[in-house]
Design a protein around this ligand. Structure first.
Ligand code: NAD
Ligand code: 3PG
Length: 598
């Protein structure tokens, strides 16, 4: 989707990302690499960007997201999104994507590399030799074969570490309340049920969980005390899961033989902090958050997230959205044409019915009914989002355009819009279409304090012909409206349309044409929609008490007793001024006229 103010959507890349992914973006987007931005500079420039690509260094705070005026996506080229305020992004309708598997192998290999380095004292031996020393007896290590590796977090990285460790002859135990027993058994890993049990068994302990409430500070003094004397600990997951002060104390006391740490509570560590003391400790092997820093992993994550950025800016769903529901690609393929249809139906509803007393949102409770093949699709979140977007876009400026699958529910709740989605098994009203979607606005509740309008029920039940109702289908992948109010209208909801309700009498088309011609408006196409033959006057009650048309214009009894009504839909080449629609009613004798842009 092109940005409103730039010919090419702009992408900001404030960190080092592999060029492979960026090359994909450069063909259609304006990619700007700006490394080393201060938080203030980021805040200043973010308003003009459509996409932001980061690794773990950039802090994407709520303030940054709120300052971003046209941001559609934050892409995290890696796994952890703890540097992104995902909640704030969701509220603003900004999609957050990551690359959940692009760097698993790199992180697992780095864990093993650190474990072996620590076991064989490689970093110390290396620097001693470079210092011109030859200290063979000082650097006697331990073997990992036959030792117990305890893993906290048996997810993607944890499982990969487990497999390699098994290959090295280790026994692997793991703690993960959500781990798949089948995956654990396939390695095999023994799943233990408590942290003390894991800690007591481990010669090496490694953490592979995200940093969340349940894992923050999960290893502190008490937990370290439960570990075997001489055990070693690793963290290639997230700083903050191990209490750095407790770890430093355990190394100082000699209770732990070593620690290998890639990640820190604050990165880079603040001067004179506990972390800097830990880094300087002789029995600590440390790296500056290098778990994902391999050429291969960086290519993987870069390509992965850049492809997703392209998808999102095109209006499609990404494969790894952190804050959007998971929709399988095949399911999404099926839904995509209907997403466009429902958005058009919503927009048509708001624009067409806006002339009624109280405006289009006077009725804010809707049934969205899926008939036929579309009714068999289980996950209709994109359709719900499309409806909310369609309903609100014509009346809410930019906010309407930012409504998407990420924030639709939240926006609907805030606006007091209620939608009941129904998968209908009943025979379709029009069975010539394999799928049909119908939007029905429910009349305001009888219990409401507002006086009922003429389109409400005259006998306690809503009159069918005055329901605000729009149906549509997809023909050749394109949206097609099949019913508007009580008219059997068939037209493509595209461009500017003039919708006139009138008595079906000779000469009406000529009058409308000449008024439009006078205003320099060209007619591209025209279609006349009769009252649906499937409806009977008064919804079958037999009474003839209509007082208003669908568009709020008072009708005489003639309209029921004799003259046939029809809807005229004209595709025109420009936006029609309000005065022209007024003239059409006054001079042209149409019952109502309304211009919509779809
Ligand atoms: N150092 C690096 O450069 C680097 C690279 C890649 C990943 N990582 C980090 O490694 C961590 C793991 O990544 P992943 O891809 O394997 O994630 P993942 O989501 O596949 O696995 C995480 C596992 O932790 C488990 N878990 C959650 N809370 C737990 C708890 N309280 N106790 C025990 N287990 C718990 C989950 O059930 C899950 O199985 C993440 O924090 C990620 O950011 C770091
Ligand atoms: O969560 C991750 O993917 C890793 O921590 C990698 O972070 P990085 O992209 O900053 O190297």
């Amino acid at each position: 989707m092109p940005s409103l103010t730039h010919s090419r959507p702009k992408v900001l890349v404030p960190e080092k990302l592999s060029p492979d992914g960026l090359a994909l973006l450069r063909t259609t987007l304006d990619v700007q690499e700006r490394k080393g931005l201060s938080p203030e500079e980021l805040l200043e420039i973010i308003p003009s960007y459509d996409a932001l690509l980061v690794r773990s260094e950039t802090k994407v705070t709520a303030t940054v997201l709120q300052a971003a005026k046209q941001l559609k996506v934050v892409a995290r080229a890696g796994v952890g999104v703890d540097n992104v305020d995902v909640g704030a992004a969701t509220k603003l309708g900004i999609v957050v994507v990551n690359s959940p598997s692009g760097n698993i192998g790199a992180a697992a290999e780095h864990t093993i590399a650190l474990m072996m380095s620590m076991a064989r004292k490689i970093p110390e031996a290396c620097s001693s030799l470079k210092d011109g020393k030859w200290e063979r007896s000082k650097f006697v290590g331990v073997e990992v074969k036959g030792k117990v590796l305890g893993i906290i977090g048996l997810g993607k990285v944890g499982l990969t570490v487990a497999r390699i460790a098994k290959g090295l002859g280790m026994t692997v135990n793991a703690l993960d309340p959500y781990a798949s027993p089948a995956a654990a058994a396939s390695v095999p890993v023994t799943l233990v049920s408590s942290l003390p049990e894991l800690l007591a068994s481990a010669d090496f302990l490694t953490i592979h969980t995200p940093l969340i409430a349940s894992t923050r500070g999960m290893i502190s003094d008490a937990e370290l005390a439960l570990m075997k004397p001489g055990a070693r600990i690793l963290n290639v997951a997230r700083g903050g899961t191990i209490d750095e002060a407790a770890l430093l104390a355990a190394l100082d006391s000699g209770h732990l033989a070593g620690a290998a740490i890639d990640v820190f509570t604050s990165e880079p560590p603040e001067q004179d902090s506990i972390a800097t003391k830990l880094i300087a400790h002789p029995r600590a092997v440390v790296t500056p958050h290098l778990g994902a820093s391999t050429v291969e992993a960086q290519e993987n994550v870069s390509v992965d997230v850049c492809e997703q950025v392209l998808e999102i800016l095109k209006g499609s769903l990404p494969r790894s959205a952190v804050n959007a529901p998971i929709i399988l690609p095949e399911e999404y393929q099926k839904l995509q044409p209907f997403v466009h249809l429902v958005e058009k139906i919503g927009s048509l509803y708001t624009q067409h019915y806006a002339s009624l007393p109280g405006g289009s949102m006077a009725r804010n409770t809707f049934d969205l009914v899926y008939h036929g093949e579309v009714a068999s699709i289980g996950n209709t979140k994109p359709l719900f989002a499309a409806l909310i977007k369609g309903l609100l876009a014509p009346i809410s400026g930019e906010e309407g355009f930012n409504i998407n699958i990420v924030n639709a529910e939240l926006v609907a709740r805030e606006r007091g819009i209620f939608v009941s989605e129904q998968h209908s098994r009943d025979p379709q009203e029009d069975s010539s279409y394999s799928s049909l979607i119908t939007l029905i606005a429910r009349p305001p509740s009888r219990a409401s304090s507002r006086a009922p309008d003429a389109s409400d029920s005259s006998n306690g039940a809503p009159q069918l012909q005055h329901q605000r109702i729009i149906s549509g289908t997809c023909r050749g992948g394109q949206p097609l409206i099949t019913r508007l109010g009580r008219f059997e209208a068939t037209f493509e909801p595209e461009g500017t349309l003039l919708i006139c309700e009138n008595y079906d009498s000779p000469g009406k088309i000529g009058v409308v044409g000449s008024i439009l011609g006078r205003e320099g408006v060209n007619i591209n196409f025209m279609t006349v929609a009769p009252v649906s033959s499937k409806l009977t006057t008064n919804g079958g009650t037999g009474e003839a008490k209509l007082t208003k048309s669908d568009s709020g214009v008072v009708l005489s009894d003639d309209s029921i007793l004799g003259k046939k009504e029809a809807l005229m839909i004209l595709g025109v080449d420009r936006v029609i001024p309000l005065q022209t629609t007024t003239d059409l009613v006054k001079e042209g004798g149409v019952l109502s006229a309304c211009a919509v842009t779809l």
